[in-house]
Design a binder for this molecule. Structure first.
Ligand SMILES: NC(=O)c1ccc[n+]([C@@H]2O[C@H](COP(=O)([O-])OP(=O)(O)OC[C@H]3O[C@@H](n4cnc5c(N)ncnc54)[C@H](O)[C@@H]3O)[C@@H](O)[C@H]2O)c1
Length: 298
């Protein structure tokens, strides 16, 4: 068991980088991997914005982090990625109160929920995991560029290997399987990272996709079977703190800039699926995402 445990727990962010004066936004940071990522960045002195749906839950996480990290600069702001109005309101508020943004961590996610639609009529996995973060990044990008060097970290998953971008049925209206819907959205995260890196060349803003490992968290809440499996294998799964290590590595490690657009697991660059290396799909997904959101992003 200890050997299996070690295998699952791999990868530690080793940089000592401190972050006084740096500003960080993390989505869905009131629980799980995002909360532990926020805690570590607060410990290093950053001003950390916890962007979450439920401000009360966010406040309870923030007060725990403030005490633990001895950093009063942990702030909570409302963000619901399943509603573009909420995303725009968050961005507007943030840009009004902050002049800089050094690290954006697109961490929030939903997994295996029954077929449902966001406020804007997008299938929920695609809408929250991909389109929501796509729009958020778009709205915050000028701020990131002004603050360069800056980084965008996108939480994907190893299950992107099972994902496909089915442009004829992007939102599962013809065929919906909630497991695959999650995989497709996680593939979209890798393709977004790839295309974003291309477009950001020379700006000083770099971007990385992350598989955090198999982590004990509330993510599996929509699947009885996964809840059971997670319980059963719980001793072998990563803790949320261990799961935060690769996000932290991509946000902080020195000299990572030449690897912008790449995918990381256990704090190391890792291979992506052949579908995730397809530049044509990445470009088309970008265009279609802009069309769905009604934005222009050259
Ligand atoms: N846990 C794992 O094993 C695992 C494996 C691979 C990838 N991931 C990815 O890691 C990320 C973090 O997951 P986690 O394991 O910490 O799960 P989690 O459920 O603890 O955290 C996800 C967070 O996203 C938030 N969220 C969901 N919908 C939202 C919305 N509409 N608007 C704003 N916030 C929303 C939730 O409230 C929660 O705080 C996710 O993107 C997930 O896909 C997790």
């Amino acid at each position: 068991a200890p050997t299996i445990r070690k295998f699952f727990a791999g990868g530690v962010c080793r940089t000592n980088m401190q972050l006084p004066g740096k500003v960080v936004v993390i989505t869905g940071a009131n629980t799980g991997i995002g909360k532990e990522t926020a805690r570590e960045l607060a410990r290093r002195g950053a001003r950390v914005y916890i962007a979450c749906r439920d401000v009360l839950k966010g406040e309870s996480a923030a007060s725990e982090i403030r005490a633990d990290a001895k950093n009063s600069q942990v702030l909570v702001r409302k963000l619901d990625l399943s509603d573009t109005k909420s995303i725009r309101a968050f961005a507007e508020g943030f840009l009004a109160e902050e002049k800089q943004l050094h690290i954006l961590i697109n961490n929030a996610g939903v997994m295996m929920c029954p077929y449902s639609k966001t406020a804007d009529g997008f299938e929920t996995h695609l809408g929250v995991n991909h389109l929501g973060h796509f729009l958020l990044t778009h709205l915050l990008l000028e701020q990131l560029k002004k603050s360069a060097p800056a980084r965008v970290v996108n939480l994907s998953s190893v299950v992107h290997h099972a994902g496909k971008i089915r442009f004829h049925d992007l939102q599962g209206e013809k065929y919906y399987n909630r497991g695959f819907a999650y995989c497709h959205s996680k593939l979209a995260n890798v393709l977004f990272t790839r295309e974003l890196a291309k477009r950001l060349q020379g700006t000083g803003v770099t971007t990385y996709a992350v598989h955090p490992g198999v982590v004990r968290s509330e993510l599996v809440r929509h699947s009885f079977l996964l809840c059971l499996l997670w319980q059963l294998f719980s001793p072998f799964l990563k803790s949320a703190r261990e799961g935060a290590q690769t996000s932290l590595h991509c946000a902080l490690a020195e000299g990572l800039e030449p690897l912008s657009g790449k995918y990381f697991s256990d704090c190391r660059r890792t291979c992506v699926s052949p579908k995730a290396r397809n530049n044509k799909t990445a470009e088309r997904l970008w265009t279609v995402s802009c069309e769905l959101l009604g934005i222009q992003w050259e």
